[in-house]
Each structure stands twice: as structure tokens, then as C-alpha cells.
Design a protein around this ligand. Structure first.
Ligand SMILES: [Fe+2]
Ligand SMILES: [Fe+2]
Length: 366
């Protein structure tokens, strides 16, 4: 709260002292022996908040002086001690805004009450002003933080894209896999009734990042041409947990983390890392598992020939209820194979110069 002073004018010394004593409990009091001196003091001192002036008769000169002072310093409260016979004039002045209160010259409690209520009014006003200042500041801060959030989102998107590129470049055999499974997963989710753009976007991001943990798996294992040893498999099986740990720090939405962490869980509980079963596996991870398998079966791999969509459908159907959630499999089967072909064609053609890239990559890796 601001420091406030009460400027006091009372020509009778004994009265002035007793008024001063009483008013001191409310704020600092500066007693001035003349009315004009008190007015000047009130005008000059920015801490002067209230003028208590015992004018006696509220005659023309006194009224003019007080009204003039009020005009010059509208924030100053002026309380006049005046004769009861002048109360009507005082009330008129209060109505006109030239005065804030009046009391009988000998009514010390009346003066105290009037000053106290002025101080309360000022406190309230100050609180209101400070609240509205805080509100304005908050609005500005919110606008600023909205702006920062947008910037962060942009950085986050770029980081995401870079992480995926890093992963795709590293794992040559699955180059483009994440883009394709993201589209497959979206098609499945839409068939299962998902319409929420935010949710679909999270599913897409989760799909794009699902194998991000493979960044931590040594090259010798990840790109090993022959079959993996049991110890090597143990390491590969860590990639969902590693990936989850990696992105958890960026505080991603849960759906994205769920796909990364649970995309190798199986519907019958025989998957990893936690061996969750059925509905324990988050829905987005169950949907994603079908999309992931579809691309794994149909995509080109150097160690085996790609199988066509019809073979993929057979394989996925065969694993309905064991590996996959039957509802996700039903959704998959209800979409024409031609549609899946189309999605596959659309996403793989977006990857530029795939063959050139592969050649270049192999050269670097040699
Ligand atoms: Fe994986
Ligand atoms: Fe995958």
C-alpha cells in the first residue's frame, strides 16, 4: 500500500492536538497552522492523501479555496470541519464533488470516522487498480506466452522431423517406413470412427516416431545382415522403452508416448516391453500395431521378397485376437485392398530419389 499523509488544519491548538492524536492511528499526520498553508502543503506533497480542515464557517472564501484545491488535485480527499448551520452548504459541495465529507468542529469521533472511510475507499480503489493492472499484465503475458508456445511448437515440429530423418537415414532398410505407417494408422483410425483432428495428428506423430528408440541400438545390431543372437534381440527389444524415455522429456501428449512404448505389445499379452493384453494396451497402440505389420509385410526388404496386400491381409487376419485387436483387424479388412495400395503408392512416391539415396547411403556406410 502507498504511504499516505493526512494534512490537518485546526486553528485551535488543543483541538488540533486531540484530532492529531486520533488521526495518527490511521496515517501520518502533518498539522499546518493556517488553511492556505495546509492547502499548499496538500497541493505540493504527493503523499498527501487527505486534508482535514476545520474551517468553522464554510463561507465563500473557504468554499472557493477547498473547491479549487479539489479541482487541482482530484485524488485528494477533503474533509471539512464546519458548523452545523453550514452543513447544507457542505452537502451541496459534496454533491458537486468539491468536498468529500464534513463533521462538526468538535466532533472528533465524526472526523475519525470520515477520515477512516476515505482511507478505506482509497485502499479499495488502490486494490482495484492493482487488480486491473495485474489483469492487463497477465493479458500481455498470455499473448507473449501464446507467441512463445507457437514458436516452441514450430521448434518441436522441426525437432520431430529431424529425429525421424536421423532415424530413417540410420535404418536404411526401413527408409520411409514411418511415413507409410503414419498414413495406414490414420486410415484405420478414421475407419474406426476417429474424427478429432488433434487426436489423428497425435496418432500420426506417434506413428512417425514409433521406432525412435532404435537410435540407441548399435549399428552392428540394427543393420546386421544375418539373424540376431538372443542377446542382440534383447537389446532390440529395449527400443520402445528407450524411445519413450527419449521423448518423455519433451512432454509429448500421452497418445504419442503410448504408441512409442506399446507398439510391440500383442493383444494376447505375449508382446513387449510390459506384456500388456487386450484393453490394457492403449487403443492407439493397438491400431498402430496393424498399420506397422501391414508395412512390414508388404515393404521391400533385402533379405526377402515383399508380399502383396492380399498376403498381408491373410497374415493379419490369421493373427487377429493373438497379435492384433480384432476390432482393428475388422477395420483393416473393411477397407478395400486397392485403397491400401493407393495409400502405399502415395506415401512412397513422396520419398524423393529413393534409389539414388539408397546408393549414396550404401557408399557412405561402406
Ligand atoms: Fe518397433
Ligand atoms: Fe515399425
Amino acid at each position: 500500500m502507498t504511504t499516505r499523509k493526512i494534512i490537518l488544519f485546526e486553528s485551535r491548538a488543543a483541538r488540533a492536538r486531540s484530532l492529531e492524536r486520533v488521526l495518527e492511528s490511521l496515517a501520518d499526520v502533518v498539522a499546518v497552522p493556517s488553511l492556505s498553508g495546509a492547502a499548499r502543503q496538500a497541493l505540493d506533497d504527493p503523499e498527501a492523501a487527505i486534508l482535514v480542515a476545520v474551517v468553522g464557517p464554510l463561507d465563500e472564501p473557504a468554499a472557493r479555496l477547498l473547491s479549487g484545491l479539489k479541482k487541482a488535485r482530484p485524488d485528494l480527499s477533503i474533509i471539512a470541519g464546519t458548523r452545523p448551520s453550514d452543513f447544507l452548504t457542505a452537502v451541496e459541495m459534496i454533491s458537486a464533488g468539491g468536498l468529500d465529507g464534513a463533521f462538526s468542529p468538535d466532533d472528533v469521533p465524526g472526523a475519525f470516522t470520515a477520515v477512516r472511510s476515505e482511507i478505506q475507499k482509497k485502499d479499495l480503489e488502490e486494490r482495484r487498480l492493482s487488480a486491473s493492472r495485474t489483469l492487463r499484465r497477465l493479458k500481455v503475458e498470455r499473448a507473449r506466452s501464446d507467441e512463445q508456445r507457437r514458436e516452441l511448437e514450430e521448434i518441436y515440429e522441426t525437432t520431430l522431423e529431424n529425429l525421424m530423418t536421423a532415424m530413417d537415414i540410420r535404418d536404411i532398410e526401413t527408409f520411409g517406413h514411418s511415413q507409410t505407417v503414419a498414413k495406414y494408422a490414420e486410415a484405420l483410425a478414421r475407419r474406426l470412427g476417429d474424427r478429432d483432428d488433434g487426436k489423428l495428428e497425435n496418432l500420426r506423430k506417434g506413428a512417425l516416431l514409433h521406432d525412435i528408440g532404435k537410435i540407441a541400438i548399435p549399428d552392428a545390431i540394427l543393420n546386421k545382415p544375418g539373424p540376431l543372437s538372443p542377446e542382440e534381440w534383447d537389446k532390440v527389444r529395449l527400443h520402445p522403452t528407450l524411445g519413450y524415455g527419449l521423448i518423455r522429456e519433451i512432454k509429448l501428449v500421452p497418445e504419442i508416448g503410448n504408441i512409442i512404448l506399446y507398439h510391440h505389445e500383442r493383444y494376447d499379452g505375449t508382446g513387449y516391453p510390459h506384456g500388456l493384453a487386450g484393453g490394457e494396451i492403449p487403443r492407439e497402440a493397438r491400431i498402430f500395431a496393424v498399420a506397422d505389420a501391414l508395412d512390414a509385410i508388404t515393404a521391400h526388404r533385402p533379405y526377402r521378397k515383399p508380399r502383396d496386400m492380399a498376403a498381408a491381409r491373410k497374415e493379419i487376419l490369421r493373427n487377429s485376437g493373438t497379435h492384433f485387436d480384432p476390432r482393428a483387424v475388422d477395420a483393416f479388412c473393411s477397407i478395400d485392398l486397392g485403397e491400401w495400395e493407393k495409400i502405399r503408392f502415395e506415401t512412397t512416391k513422396q520419398i524423393p530419389f529413393t534409389e539414388d539415396f539408397f546408393r549414396l547411403f550404401r557408399k557412405v556406410k561402406k
